[in-house]
Design a protein around this ligand. Sequence first.
Ligand code: CMP
Length: 143
Amino acid sequence: MERTFLMVKPDGVQRGLIGEVVKRFEQKGFQLVGAKFMVITKEKAEFHYEEHQGKPFFNSLVEFITSGPVFGMVWEGDNVIALSRTMIGKTNSLDAQPGTIRGDYAVHTNLNIIHGSDAPESAEREIGNFFGPDELFSYDKAN
Ligand code: CMP
């Protein structure tokens, strides 16, 4: 069983897409085990995006992700890391296919609605950056 960190970015929050995002992952069959509405500090944003340090878009990325509230979530399920990336769609807006979240709702690469961890190591690091163990709750599904 895997866990991943997903985050509705400030543009997704402003456009009222939190419910749409949650619905898609619930309907797929994944389990929401943690959620938090928050404004990210610059320090946490820089840690979250540390793999992009030094890239030309890094400063504007940090500025954007700290510019307003985001909706951070931890989701659990079989292969949730890879499957959620498929559901989110490609980073480049020109490559994001219809049917994916970015393909259906995003036009710009830097206003792309949602973030999803890309590997088990980054999922663990990103979950730990935003959630304590006492903020995550597994539970038995009704069916
Ligand atoms: P995300 O996958 O959440 O993580 C890095 C983010 O940087 C990416 O989404 C985009 O929103 C943003 N970004 C902006 N420009 C680029 C770029 N040229 N390549 C990759 N990511 C970019």
